[in-house]
Design a protein around this ligand. Sequence first.
Ligand code: SAH
Ligand code: SF4
Length: 474
Amino acid sequence: MTGYFPEGSPLCAQQDCAEEVARIMEVRAMGPKPLAYVRTYGCQQNVADGEKIKGLLEQMGFGFTDTEEDADLILFNTCAVREHAEDRVFGNVGALKNVKRRHPSVLVAVCGCMMEQEHAAERIRKSFPFVNLVFGTHVIHRLPEMLLETLTGGRRVFVRGEDGDGRRVVEGLPIHRDGSFKAWLSVMYGCDNFCSYCVVPYVRGRERSREPEAVQEEFESLVRAGYRDITLLGQNVNSYGKTLANPVSFAELLRRLDRVEGDYRIRFMTSHPKDATKELLDTMAAGRHIAPHLHLPFQSGNDRVLREMNRRYTRERYLALVDYAKKTVPGLSLTSDVIVGFPGETYEEFRDTVSLVEEVGFTSLFTFIYSPRVGTRAASLPDPVPHEEKVRWFQELTQAQERAAAVRCAAAVGSTERVLVESRNVRNGRLEGRTGGNVIVELDGPDAWIGQFREVRITQARNWILRGVPKEDA
Ligand code: SAH
Ligand code: SF4
């Protein structure tokens, strides 16, 4: 039996289609219940979308499997941010040909950011004729209708957003969460920043925020359900609320959520340095549940490169912000994203990125070699530095970061951290958890602690991983 979409939601229009899909799939399924294999690539926004897709599939009677071979529906939720991610998707879609040969009835769907790009959707159309359904990021809520069309229309279905789809927020989608104590909560969608290297504004549409009441309702239900680590998501959370009829700042949203009673912590990402305010940092400092963790991508430490990237801040402004943040938020842990080898970047300019990393002391860094994206401004700039050279710069930066992270971790020895225990490491048998600053801590203890907070005295640092003893044993 299928679930029901909430009354009054635009999803009601999908109800009949969902029921029809459930009826058809019950007959087509290889096993007693139709199973879906859903694989998500890329960022947390995509993971959050994947959980909505799974929520909708669940409403249509699907269960889930981790093996493609057992699946009645295989769905790839793709990422377009770098070429490497795209290549992996094409490789993995190509490999499905064999699965399809063995199980001709399996449905194959490809969705997500890549499918918002004409050239990528075209390549699927031409090179992978066994893919039955292709849809973009703006039409997820129409999944029942699209699946029904795929099952009954006798042809392949390709759906991209229509004009305006990238400008609205659809509330009320069911969510099938993968975790039971860590959750992702989207507070806004899209991006208007048009950093010159980035494809996101093209594939995710215009920036739009959810109403604070809707965010709060979802947040409260997560806390009630026992979620302990809730990450608020948006491409640029610091501009949250600007497009609402009654604008609300992100700091205000955080304050409202932080007032909800319960045993949990809040994180958020991503913060754009141009919009991060002192108010936000003061709110973090005063919060009861806000983790002292700020993901603040700087991309480059050189002003000319930052200008070319259209980032709209300078190295000096970034460092001043970091300085205020460190002074204001006790025990602050900073993480960041960096691009190495932006078109035209010189070695001297790259060294400014290394020196910024050494100066700030990030807990961890996501480092990417620049990847040209069709349709972006940077893709048309001359890019004379050979790839092998960029790989050397990348390694130089990674080493600088490893040294800085090791120093930071060593300084934590002797302190006591509140750790959310997340899993047991299968290789060394120890429990593994994370501090508020998102640093990994290993400890010994029973499985029953997984999903719980523990006070842990840090006794050792190994590169960027901490080892500790639970307080009661210390
Ligand atoms: N909204 C976030 C980032 C989203 S994309 C922000 O503004 O910080 C995640 C990261 O991917 C970016 O921070 C950037 O470091 C990297 N990235 C984006 N486009 C890229 C490209 N064309 N080549 C290499 N890295 C890229
Ligand atoms: Fe891309 Fe810049 Fe928007 Fe981040 S802020 S998603 S890097 S355009």
